[in-house]
Design a protein around this ligand. Structure first.
Ligand SMILES: Nc1ncnc2c1ncn2[C@@H]1O[C@H](COP(=O)(O)OP(=O)(O)OP(=O)(O)O)[C@@H](O)[C@H]1O
Ligand SMILES: [Mg+2]
Length: 250
């Protein structure tokens, strides 16, 4: 499978405002992500998960190291190019949805396509198709406040897909949902992975991570473990599917 994203010797150092105190949020990490892979990122609070997601999502730049997304070296880009790449190649799903409250579901889906220069008829067609895909065709005229949390997250997922992104990134996508609704959202992710989407999500919940093909554990800005869950592997040798989790400690 081709690589969609790769980070090498990636570091992020924050400086506490007004002081010389530095926080090394990521410390020279190396990771590759292949097309169609479903990855969970876990780790204690402060271990660097959101920092990594923000860099992968082109919301922030590393302090040093390299990030290649598709065939582009992101680490070399200026801010305006970074936001252009973000809107063209990244789908970001937020814990708290980040929908525009004044706009309907349909309009929320159309806004990013407006900025991508997609003509109105095509915007409407694609927004409607995505709303159907996430089961919200009957809610096109509703505003976010009129939707349940799970429905709002579905809009967020549909919105993240309007640009047909290389990767879908989700930081705690079920964190604001009750467990039953969370499972429905994860089932939607399973469907997207089955159609070849590449998804990277952050979670604190082992049962969420268990659904993923790969689990990366961050600890204090380092990759502590990078495990592939063999339950999801295509047929193992001899046609046997193993329940074993194949671990690789770093
Ligand atoms: N803008 C910032 N300025 C200074 N320090 C920051 C900034 N953002 C994050 N940090 C620090 O970087 C480290 C990693 O933060 P990060 O938000 O990536 O952790 P996290 O793993 O996502 O944690 P959580 O599970 O609580 O969301 C922490 O020590 C945090 O305090
Ligand atoms: Mg975080």
């Amino acid at each position: 499978m081709p690589l969609v994203a790769s980070v090498q010797s990636l570091s992020k150092i924050y400086r506490k405002p007004g002081t010389n105190v530095e926080v090394a949020a990521l410390r020279s990490i190396d990771l590759d992500f292949v097309e169609g892979e479903y990855t969970a990122i876990m780790g204690a609070s402060g271990s660097g998960k959101s920092t990594l997601m923000n860099i992968l999502g082109c919301l922030d730049q590393p302090t040093s190291g390299q990030y290649i997304l598709g065939d582009i070296d992101i680490s070399q880009l200026e801010d305006d190019m970074l936001s252009q790449i973000r809107s063209q190649r990244i789908g970001f799903i937020f814990q708290n949805f980040n929908l525009i409250q004044q706009l309907t579901v349909l309009e929320n889906l159309e806004v990013p396509m407006f900025y991508l220069g997609i003509p109105p008829v095509e915007r409407r067609r694609r927004a409607t198709e995505l709303a159907e895909r996430v089961g919200l065709l009957e809610r096109l005229d509703h505003r976010p406040m009129q939707l349940s949390g799970g429905q709002q997250q579905r809009v967020c997922i549909a919105r993240a897909m309007v640009n047909d992104p290389l990767i879908l990134l989700a930081d705690e996508p079920t964190g604001a949902l009750d467990s039953k609704t969370g499972v429905q959202i994860l089932a939607l992710f399973d469907e997207l992975v089955a159609t070849g989407r590449t998804i990277i999500l952050v979670t604190h919940d082992p049962s969420v991570a268990h659904r993923c093909q790969r689990v990366i554990h961050l600890h204090d800005g380092l990759v502590h473990k990078d495990e592939r869950n063999a339950r999801h592997a295509v047929q193992a040798e001899g046609g046997q599917l193993s329940e074993e989790v194949v671990g690789r400690s770093c």
